[in-house]
Design a protein. Sequence first.
Length: 330
Amino acid sequence: MNRTAKRLVPILALFSTLLVSTLLSSNASGAGPGTPNLYPGEWLNPGQSLVSSNGVYSLVMQTDGNLVLYQSGATVLWASPWAGVPTVANSKAILQTDGNFVLYRPDGVASYNTCTLNWSECVSHGQSRIGASLTVQNDGNVVIYNSSGVPVWDYRPDNMMPTPDVTECFDGGSSNPSGAFCRTDSLTFTWFTESSVESADRTAFSNALATQYNPTELTTTEQSPGVYSGTSETDVIIQENSSGIVSPTIARVWCDDEVTSGSDVCDQHYLRYWYGSDQVPGTVMPCHELGHSVGLTHADDAAPRLWKNDANLGCMAGHTDLRELVTSES
Ligand SMILES: [Ca+2]
Ligand SMILES: [Ca+2]
Ligand SMILES: [Ca+2]
Ligand SMILES: [Zn+2]
């Protein structure tokens, strides 16, 4: 803050809250619309935007209600996802004084939030994720930092292992689901369902691969019969049995053949599921567990850590990390 701004502070205190926020939103303070930064208590009205200091990236609160990150004013890099509540025109985006960044519709309904506040659902590994600033950076990222300068949200979280919180990758062997999942070694991803997987179950896995993974960098192909060793092992072997699956867990994914010891990469994963009473897996479980078999982690293991239901996670959302459960129960 420069000397002029410091002198302004006592004067500002005489004015209304609205006027204070309007003045704080000017370029002179380095925060608010037209600048790269938003601080707690500041917001973007419809049509207003934050702009990176190099002028390349802008986060626009569009009048149609979508919050959109643009590169050079034209290329859309990100738009706030719908999390069950439709966005409507004339919404505004506020970094609340509690740290949470929220999109509010004109009817007061929140259509999106980053879960960066002190609420049990938003605490990760016992660590607070309270937002203290939001910045549109010159590298094109939009980051919410806490008061210690640690990133607690960005629009492109990385949940592919290894992340700072998931570095272990080890073989459980072919029959014991005690190993950890790793990153797959192949973008040409092959899968095989053993005879324990009934026809309807196999279809559920096939659909998940076709609709959730084939549009990605992966090319998924069924390999039958499965290959269990050697240089062309099937990337994931899917089986249905109860061994090592302890309720409430319904599935485990683990590495059988790490590419080289100490690497983060696995040549072959096993995916084992068991519901207790038989049922067709539906859509979420196959998508989620296949995600682990290519190396995708839960919210708490993403970088930065995310709310367990962050919409960016797709079918990897909705799960609290096991280590968090252990922490909260001890
Ligand atoms: Ca093997
Ligand atoms: Ca492989
Ligand atoms: Ca079944
Ligand atoms: Zn999981």
